[in-house]
Each structure stands twice: as C-alpha cells, then as structure tokens.
Ligand binder design. Structure first.
Ligand SMILES: NC(=O)c1ccc[n+]([C@@H]2O[C@H](COP(=O)([O-])OP(=O)(O)OC[C@H]3O[C@@H](n4cnc5c(N)ncnc54)[C@H](O)[C@@H]3O)[C@@H](O)[C@H]2O)c1
Length: 414
C-alpha cells in the first residue's frame, strides 16, 4: 500500500519509518534541508531507533520503502492514507492551538488526491476534526492521537501503549477506514507486542476505534493527567522544601501505594517540553463554559512552581556583589537534544527579570546567545564562572561542583 506523511518531525518521521517496514511511504516536509538529510539517511532529530533504522537502511540491509520529498505530487498521488503530523503551536493571543499547518497540509493532499483517507496525527482542539469535515464537506478525515515521548519516538511506536483512531461514527466506511489504519500501526509494531499481556489481563496492543472528538479528548486528557502528576509531586516538593521535610522520603512513602505507584514522581522545575504545557492549556480553553477547578489548577501550578524555584535560586545568590547564575542544559531531560518549552527557560526568565545575569551551558546549541544570555560550550569555565548552577536534571558532570548546584532532581530519572 502507498502511504504519505506530511511533516517529518518526531511524530511524522517515527510513523513514516514504522509504516515503511511493510508499505511504500513518502514523507513530505516544507523544510528542504530535512528532506535532503532524510534522503541521505541522516536523522534530523536525536532518536536512537530512528537513527538506527536509517543507518541500517543506508547499508541496504533493511527492506524499508521510504522516500522524503518536498513535492506534493510525488508524496500524495496514489496513496490510500495520508497522515498529517505538522505542528500545532499554542497561540497565546487566541488562546487556542494554531492549526493552520494542518489545514495547509490537508488542502495540499486534497489538491493532488481526492480519495485518500487523511489521518490527522497532530494534536488538535477537541471537536476540531468534526468541524473540519463539516467546513470542507470532506468526510474522509480521521484523527489518531499520538502518544510518543520525544527522543523515544520510534521506540514508542514500536511498543505502543495503545492505538486510538477516531472517525465519524455515523459513517460506516470511515469507521472501517479507521480500523484498517489502526491495523497498519499494529502491523508495524514489534511482533512481541502482539503477544504481550496487559495489566487488565488482555493480550496484544489495545486498540480503540471511536468518534474523532472522543479520540481528540483522549489525547488532551491523557497529557493533562501527566501534567497533573508532575505538578502534584512538584507541589509536594515545594511544601517539603518550605517546611524542612525530606521530600524524597515523603514521595517514597506516598508512592508505595500501588494505586499511586513509584513512577513519574521525580520533582522538577515544572512540566515542560512541546506537548504538556500547550495541551493542558488547550484543554482548559476547551472547557470554556464547562465547570472545572482541576484544569485551571494544573495550568496555574506550573507557573507557581517556576516562581518557587526561581526564588530558591535567587536566595542562593542574595548578598553577592555581581552574581552569575549558570543554567546547566536547556533540555528537559537527560539525553535529549530538544529544548522546546523546557521548564528551566521559565526559571531563567524569572531570574533575569530580577536583574541577575545568566550564563547557559548547552552543547546542543550552536549560537553565542540564547534570549540575550551568553551561551558557552566550555563546561570547565562555566563551572568556574557561575556562583550557582541551576540543573533541572542532575548529571555526573556536576559531581565536582555539587555545592554550587541547585536542582530538585531527587531520583535521577524522568
Ligand atoms: N513531539 C511530541 O512528543 C508529540 C507527541 C504527540 C503528539 N505531538 C503532536 O504532533 C504534532 C507534530 O509534532 P512534532 O513534535 O512531530 O513536530 P515537529 O515540529 O518536530 O515537526 C513538524 C514538521 O512538520 C513540518 N511542516 C510544517 N508545516 C508543514 C506542511 N504544511 N506540510 C508538511 N510539513 C510541514 C515542519 O517542517 C516539521 O519538520 C503536533 O501537533 C504535536 O502537538 C507531538
């Protein structure tokens, strides 16, 4: 089968390579340098499985059928499915996602191919796909939420927690097309996943075919729950720090309850990355006139936590003549090279707003400045020059300057 992908970021590229194991996949991107890199079998993003797939393919030892292109005709003509994986950044002025790239991709696909089933994989507001179908009179548009983690994008598609595909449930042909798309994703997964036992006793990859609006809600509610969990343990940590309790012991004790569990509970500077901040804000906007307290609190808690962390950092340099605060890595997680909306940036902004200069150590950034702050790639002089070093996640590289480090990383994970 021929399949097209619009957008070769974390979502588009991982889905493209997953499907290219069994089908003919063409991926289109509007950035020519990405297309060129992919056709040289170089990954534009840091992701172990994506890099490995491309390397093996370059040595012609794999049976991937994958081409990247900037030409809509080459990508979209003759395909049965076209997956849209373009960005949906949060627009703070409209208080909603900017879905213009999704609409641009949908109309480019349709101008070449009137028949393909379009599967939106970008995260969109609740109700968006139904509205798009109505507005355009185009019934062949589905929505499938993507649950991958950045840096583990292809791994998570090879080992999916679940597969969800949404359609207009009153249209049997659309429901059938959604089921077939779910089967394509399952076919690309690691064969061992088909035999796995799930916590509820079922076997294989759980598949949910539902209404597209429900599928959109699944994505936003799942990410807002993850944000809530991060915010909860962060606020526990804020309390422990403020009252002189050992936060680690409290978290360990709380998480020994199997209903809570000892995972995803490591304090940080806030939830961050491309998805959790924007998806929780979008869900809150979707509530509009619907009563709620928790959704606002999840959004608000992230600001409060960054204020608390910034105050803690500033307290460490109070009284120093001309203090310099160091930011050790702009990334969200250890091992990542992506710093879109990382929480340390919020802390950095607050520290600078109080007139204290910041020096950034970020080897993944090839620029002399980041939002007006000096950037260095020289770790030794960074350690020497800074009075306090702010690190969302601990690294062995900081062992020799431990007394200078401000972190809330208690468990060395997540
Ligand atoms: N990154 C994640 O962890 C993640 C997880 C789940 C869902 N999502 C959602 O998936 C979507 C994509 O996220 P991402 O992280 O892969 O984004 P990304 O920014 O890494 O990649 C998007 C790609 O789309 C390309 N693009 C932009 N406009 C285009 C167009 N009209 N046609 C073709 N290509 C176009 C860009 O050049 C870029 O390469 C977003 O809606 C995001 O919220 C992301």
């Amino acid at each position: 089968m021929k399949i097209a992908i619009a957008g070769t970021g974390y979502v588009g590229l991982s889905v493209a390579l997953l499907l290219a194991q069994h089908h003919e996949v063409a991926a289109l991107d509007v950035v020519p340098v990405k297309v060129e890199m992919l056709n040289r079998r170089e990954s534009p993003i840091a992701d172990a499985e994506i890099e490995a797939f491309l390397t093996v393919d370059a040595s012609r030892e794999s049976s991937l059928s994958f081409v990247a292109t900037g030409d809509p005709r080459e990508a979209y003509a003759g395909v049965e499915y076209a997956v849209v994986a373009t960005p949906t950044d949060y627009d703070p002025e409209r208080n909603f996602f900017d879905t213009s790239s999704v609409e641009a991709a949908v109309s480019a696909i349709r101008s070449v191919n009137p028949d393909a089933w379009i599967v939106v994989k970008s995260t969109v507001p609740v109700g968006y796909t139904a509205q798009l179908r109505e507005r355009t009179g185009d019934r062949r548009i589905l929505f499938s939420p993507e649950f991958l983690r950045e840096g583990r994008a292809l791994f998570d598609n090879l080992h999916p927690s679940r597969i969800v595909v949404g359609a207009d449930e009153s249209d049997p042909e659309a429901v059938e097309a959604a089921g077939r798309f779910a089967a394509l994703l399952a076919e690309g997964a690691d064969p061992a996943e088909r035999a796995r036992e799930n916590p509820d006793g079922s076997r294989g990859i759980p598949v949910l075919v539902c209404g597209s609006t429900e599928a959109e809600a699944v994505k936003l509610f799942a990410n807002t729950f993850l944000a809530l969990r991060v915010a909860y343990f962060n606020e526990l940590d804020t309390y422990a720090c403020s009252r002189g309790l050992d936060a680690r012991k409290v978290i360990e004790g709380v998480c020994l309850d199997p209903r809570i569990g000892p995972h995803y509970n490591n304090p940080s500077f806030g939830y961050g990355g491309y998805c959790l901040p924007k998806d929780s804000k979008q869900l809150l906007a979707n509530y509009a006139d619907v009563p709620q307290n928790v959704m606002s609190a999840v959004v608000e808690a992230n600001r409060t936590r960054k204020d608390f962390v910034a105050d803690g950092v500033l307290a460490r340099v109070a009284g120093l003549g001309r203090p310099l605060v160091g930011v050790f890595r702009l990334t969200m997680k250890a091992g990542s090279d992506n710093f879109r909306a990382s929480s340390v940036q919020g802390v950095m902004k607050r520290v600078k707003a109080k007139g204290v200069p910041v020096l950034v150590y970020e080897p993944a950034l090839d620029a002399p400045e980041f939002f007006g702050s000096e950037v260095t790639r020289d770790l030794e002089s960074f350690k020497e020059r800074c009075d306090v070093i702010v690190a969302n996640r601990w690294s062995d590289e900081l062992d020799d300057v431990a007394e200078k480090v401000y972190t809330r990383d208690l468990f060395g994970r997540d």
